[in-house]
Design a protein around this ligand. Structure first.
Ligand code: ATP
Ligand code: MG
Length: 298
């Protein structure tokens, strides 16, 4: 793969694809995606995307085939455990945990089965796509069970007589319920991580990564922050500042038609709740506006 361009592996099509692209876009990295193509070249930066199945992403980073990857921790940890067992390269560095792709890996059993804690799983057959994560969890808990590897439709395994229980990803639980299963144990909680290969990058590439990380942090911070504007009575400024959440150094501006009121502008690192707005109102504040921020740089 080209040495001068930073390569990033992302899921081609699936639950992580849209958010992964949105994230890169928010950092100013633009792409023209041709749906059918494996590679996409950025039109704004020396960055190439490798669009693959999510299962392949951890291995591509651990083997140093790509520089960065965006991947769910469930797939990442499963691959790491598998490679440790096989004594294959399993190193990488975690750059950031991102706020998407949330799910949990849970053990579920048919609703007619009595479940009395993990001990109920002893000697049972459990179908899963994540045998290494499951085995490592059971081992830590001192439970001996058999795992049956299935790559899809895990939730039908008990009804098909393939297993006594399953261990699968859950986000709302609707799929489990539809298949007559009850979620009993959460064994792993997952979200998306941005990871980097272990072997050092060239100085130019590392500088680009650092720049993208700073932008990423700016996007993240902006998401959590609000711009608040309001009119406040001059003699209540201390009280107003005290109840505005996370507001450092507000900007105070005169109002053209009032000697008693001023405009207060603050960037708050927290959301402004209705309760706080009501308190501000009670202090005599008016025209209270809470606005989203798109980007931030300190
Ligand atoms: P691919 O074809 O790329 O292998 P896939 O079918 O394995 O796709 P998706 O269903 O697109 O994978 O899910 C990708 C990742 O999204 C999961 O590994 C997990 O990290 C995350 N995820 C979030 N919520 C869920 C959910 N409810 N069910 C499954 N995965 C979820
Ligand atoms: Mg997959």
């Amino acid at each position: 793969m080209s040495n001068e361009r930073l390569t990033i592996a992302v899921q081609k099509s699936g639950r992580l694809s849209k958010e992964s692209m949105k994230l890169l876009e928010a950092c100013g990295v633009k792409f023209n995606i041709h749906e059918a193509r494996l590679m996409a070249h950025s039109t704004s930066h020396p960055v190439d995307l490798l669009r693959v199945r999510d299962d392949d992403i951890p291995g591509l980073v651990m083997d140093g085939v790509v520089d960065l990857g965006l991947i769910g921790e469930n797939v990442l940890e499963e691959e790491r455990l598998e490679r440790v067992i096989k004594q294959q390269p399993s190193g990488f560095s975690s750059l950031r945990r991102l706020d998407f792709g949330f799910c949990r890996l849970s053990v579920a059993v048919p609703k007619e089965e009595k479940y009395e804690g993990l001990q109920s799983l002893a000697g049972k057959k459990i179908a899963t796509t994540y045998p290494r994560l499951l085995e490592s969890y059971l081992e830590k808990q001192g439970i001996k069970a058999r795992t049956v590897m299935l790559t899809g439709s895990v939730e039908v395994a008990p009804r098909a007589g393939l297993a006594d229980a399953i261990c699968d990803l859950v986000s709302t639980g609707a799929t489990l319920e539809a298949n007559g299963l009850v979620e009993e144990e959460v064994i792993f909680r997952s979200q998306v991580q941005l990871i980097q290969r272990e072997e050092a990058l060239s100085t130019e590439k590392q500088e680009l990564v650092n720049k993208l990380l700073a932008r990423l942090d700016g996007v993240q911070l902006a998401k959590e922050s609000k711009y608040i504007m309001l009119h406040a009575p001059k003699d209540k400024l201390k009280e107003v500042e005290a109840i505005l959440p996370g507001a450092e150094r507000p900007t105070i501006l005169p109002l053209s038609h009032s000697d008693t009121q001023v405009a207060v502008h603050v960037v708050s690192t927290e959301n402004l709740f209705w309760e706080t707005m009501e308190q501000l109102k009670a202090l005599g504040c008016s025209s209270i506006l809470v606005m989203p921020i798109e980007k931030m740089m300190g």
